[in-house]
Design a protein around this ligand. Sequence first.
Ligand code: ATP
Ligand code: MG
Length: 562
Amino acid sequence: MRFSEFGLTTLKEVPADAEIVSHKLMLRAGLIRRLASGLFTWMPLGLRVLRKVEAVVREEMDRAGALELLMPAVQPAELWQESGRWDKYGPLLLRMSDRHGRDYCFGPTHEEVITDVARKELRSYKQLPVNFYQIQTKFRDEIRPRFGVMRSREFIMKDAYSFDLDQTGLEASYARMHTAYTAIFERLGLKFRVVDADSGEIGGSRSQEFHVLADSGEDAIAYSDEDNYASNIETASTSSDGMNTPAATEDLKKVATPGIKTIEALCESLDITAGQTLKTLIVDGTDGPIALALRGDHELNTVKAQKIPGVASPLTMASPESIVKATGCGPGFVGPIGLDIPIFYDHATLGMSDFVCGGNEKDMHYTGVNFDRDVEKPATADIRNVVVGDPTPGGKGTLSIARGIEVGHIFQLGTKYSEAMDATVQDPDGKNQVMSMGCYGIGVTRIVGAAIEQNHDDAGIIWPEPLAPFDVVLVPINMHRSDEVKEAAETLYAELREKGLEVLLDDRNARPGVQFADAELIGIPHRLVISERSLAAGELEYRHRNDSESRNLKREEALKLL
Ligand code: ATP
Ligand code: MG
């Protein structure tokens, strides 16, 4: 490709609305252009990268035996009513109606459509297992589209759906997808981790996410290198192993703390740390309010807390009125002593003694509180976000925390959709059996942003080679003034293309500084500079995008290296 014919405009300025580096670089390098909130055009340079991602995904899905199909993006409401998601999916679902007043949505995912395909096409267990996939545009009306293509409203997903006769079959299909996904992210040259994930409303089924590791990631991942444990922080657990309650040294006292409702204010006024306080949160329960107690410096984990029997799901904090009704005091002064509603303690509270908690009376707190003596020693549960240094659930080693970008998600659905939509096949005994399903998503467009988050420097993008829009960029110096340079550049361009390389020839009449800056910004892995000086020595100046220095190579050497 000739730069002059490629219609590529790069930007010097950092676009104001871009918060993270990949978004900035994608706009500056001209990979994408914004149309409206969460909607982007993939420009020719960006599309080349996107196609590379798609090609790797497609190859590995095919290799795993999955069958590509293409479903409509627009889906009739009836299917969603059948699965029960028309009402449940909420504002993320873009709904619309046609000229006859019939309701539709723009698919955010395709479980309903594929289950409809499966129930019509699959009759016998002999047709199983089967795994259908597509690479297609989705729409989710995200509440906060941001980070460019990483959290957009319209995006491209590879979604796959497996059908098996039973759970054993499903587990085998799931394992094949686990292997395929691992191969995909390895081939794309990305550093990633597979983590356990929340399986939403469907309890018990297995679900794992693939995360590209990057500091800007929206997800936190807890992991231990000692026993291979890795989980999204949403579900990461710890244990109460080795937790001992120290002996009491202080007397119980009730102290006045007028107007002090937050942990920070409490710590400041009593000169203590948040870890010495116990916070008691009141949430809605199915049978009235429930108290959740945890160390003041710890954070409640909603996914875990809403799984406690009796706690309302989705987790809802109790209103100030119901807190007053349940505890006799307002928010900020609630504590376990004398509290007359069910209370669940986090594991880590077992390690507390001489602590401070609310006095269940306006403007009052207790200090010197100890379990057994002042309040019953609790049976504890896992209800908080893990922190660095927590013991792993398996008891081997401690947890570290890294940030990640979710680029893939594999999921054992079981019979949730096949049952609701009556997708059955005949089993070997001629009986109808509801199929077991798995679903497997990859954020194709998100991968491009994630790759840049992981691979860039101050000058721009550093593409992992499998993703690069071009393999080589040729930078002739002053080719519009030197026939010698022009000829050498043209010959090299033809020769490299002949050898099957994807080459970008910077044939613009531009200053070398501009040419170099653009080559670095768009991140092509290999760069060859052609100048009168190097030609005189029979050499070319070579630099890999990862190198800090150029080196002169004989023409033949350069060709061989490429
Ligand atoms: P997230 O937690 O990031 O909102 P999700 O868990 O809702 O994603 P899935 O339903 O698991 O997403 O979809 C499969 C994949 O699609 C995700 O792993 C992610 O890579 C991609 N994806 C989901 N939402 C978006 C989005 N708004 N923009 C770009 N990619 C997305
Ligand atoms: Mg997901």
